[in-house]
Each structure stands twice: as C-alpha cells, then as structure tokens.
Design a protein around this ligand. Structure first.
Ligand SMILES: C[C@H](O)[C@H](O)[C@H]1CNC2=NC(N)=NC(=O)C2=N1
Length: 97
C-alpha cells in the first residue's frame, strides 16, 4: 500500500519540479511541444517509463499539448512518492517546457 504524502512533503517535492503544481489530490503539469509528433513521442517514452515503474499517468493529449495529472489509485487517489518519481522521470524526458 503506498502512503499518501503530507502537504509539506508535496510542497517540498514541487520545489524540485518546474512547472508542476498541486491540483486537488494530484500533481499536474501541462507540457507544450512544437508539434503533435513531439508530444506523442514524449508520451511514448513516458509510457515505457511508466511500465517500468508500474505507475501510470492520467493524461490528455490535444495536438502539441499533453496535460498530465499524477496520483496513486492504490492510495485512494492521493499523491505518493511514486507520483513524484514519475514526475521526475517525465521531466528528464520532456525537459523544461
Ligand atoms: C495492478 C497494478 O500493479 C496497479 O493497478 C498499479 C498500476 N499503475 C498505477 N498507476 C497509478 N497512478 N496508481 C496506481 O495505484 C497504480 N497501480
């Protein structure tokens, strides 16, 4: 069972995650790319990371934009360390947008 992070732990994590914010009980970021191909390439690479982590994003793609929300279903939809880990992997892939 994943343990939900405290509000302070979430804020501390967000301090290291550029462009991310708390959205209810999730971490959220909107990535904007130069094209659909770039956006979908990002999603493809993240998909393999998510599988490796066994932790998956809730995301929407419209053309060059990918809206991401991360929370942990197994923790009642709260934010856990797994969400922070996946966000950091996404930052390494997507970089600063
Ligand atoms: C059965 C499978 O291991 C679980 O459903 C995993 C898969 N990916 C997941 N992703 C997310 N975001 N939260 C989870 O609790 C979760 N659990």
């Amino acid at each position: 069972m994943s343990t939900p992070l405290t509000a302070k732990e979430i804020q501390d994590a967000l301090g290291e995650l550029q462009g991310w914010a708390r959205d209810g009980d999730a971490l959220a970021k909107t990535y904007v790319f130069g094209s659909f191909r770039e956006a979908f390439g990002f999603m493809t690479r993240v998909a393999f990371e998510a599988e490796a982590l066994n932790h998956h994003p809730e995301w929407t793609n419209v053309y060059n934009r990918v809206v991401v929300r991360l929370s942990t279903h197994d923790a009642g939809g709260k934010v856990t360390a797994k969400d922070v880990a996946l966000a950091k992997r996404m930052e390494r892939i997507g970089g600063v947008k």
